[in-house]
Ligand binder design. Structure first.
Ligand code: NAD
Length: 247
């Protein structure tokens, strides 16, 4: 019996955890849409790696915080790859390192728009493709949160932490809303991961609080994401999987 095609969209996939997830997804047999905001060359390189793994790929520019961009992103995936079955809401920003009393509202709004509204817009568009109630074949979503959601980010990234807490509530609510529509929703909660998101010196500093004594790799996170998207986790929905070396 032929396996149904797995068609996955990874947001913010031109680098970091998103790029690693796109590459691992291709190795595990998925066609992959590589969303990016600005760096077309980097996104094209990830898409080329997906194709080298024998899968189909498309790189699509879109700002996940902009409704029209997200609608165009999903329409492009429909046209180029087919009906979406898997979504990874990975695109995210921290905003500037700051105490709350010094953080401009504009910076806080950008964090919430990208991390929370962006996840909502992508999830909403994905439901229209995946839910059996909407004629879909079911599917799975993973939201990339952060260990900050439970640590608070005091003195550094409180609004970022708050945005990740919101994503976790979104995922739990969606998990329950979609539980009888063939769609599972779960969260991965990474601790410090070696990517370009950190200002110079910060990764080394925060890694001191990691019991395993090292930062995570992008692949450490990607493997957890792929597990939650796969049939290996078929009874897991509304869950949070911490990938933080004991932090
Ligand atoms: P990164 O900066 O390398 O990747 C983030 C990606 O999101 C970039 O490609 C960026 O262009 C994209 N992006 C940002 N805003 C976007 C928008 N509006 N529209 C589309 N794309 C957008 O960082 P990363 O570490 O790979 O982060 C990936 C995710 O993991 C983020 O959600 C981040 O909050 C989360 N995370 C990272 C760490 C860590 O230590 N690296 C820890 C916990 C959680």
């Amino acid at each position: 019996m032929a396996c149904p095609p797995k068609i996955m969209l990874v947001t913010g996939a031109s680098r970091g955890i998103g790029a690693a997830t796109a590459r691992l997804a291709a190795a595990e047999g998925c066609d992959v849409a590589v969303n990016y905001r600005r760096d077309k060359a980097a996104a094209d390189a990830v898409a080329a790696d997906v194709e080298r793994a024998g899968r189909r790929a498309v790189a699509v520019a879109a700002d996940v915080a902009v409704e029209d961009d997200v609608e165009r992103l999903f329409a492009t995936v429909d046209a180029r790859l087919g009906r979406l079955t898997h979504l990874v809401c990975n695109a995210g920003i921290t905003g500037p390192l700051s105490r709350v009393d010094a953080l401009p509202a504009k910076a806080a709004r950008e964090v919430l728009d990208t991390n929370v509204l962006g996840a909502f817009l992508c999830a909403r568009a994905a439901i229209a493709r995946m839910s059996t109630r909407r004629g879909g074949a079911g599917g799975a979503m993973v939201f990339i949160s952060s260990a900050m959601a439970t640590l608070g980010g005091a003195g550094e990234y409180v609004m970022y932490a708050a945005s990740k807490g919101a994503i976790e509530s979104l995922s739990l609510g969606l998990a329950r809303e979609l539980a009888q529509e063939g769609v599972r929703c779960n969260v991965v909660e990474p601790g410090p991961i070696a990517t370009g998101i950190h200002p110079p010196g910060r990764l080394e500093h925060i890694t001191k609080a990691v019991p395993m004594g090292r930062p995570g790799t992008m692949e450490d996170v990607a493997r957890a994401v792929l597990f939650l998207l796969s049939d290996q986790s078929s009874f897991t929905t509304g869950a949070v999987l911490r990938v933080a070396g004991g932090r």
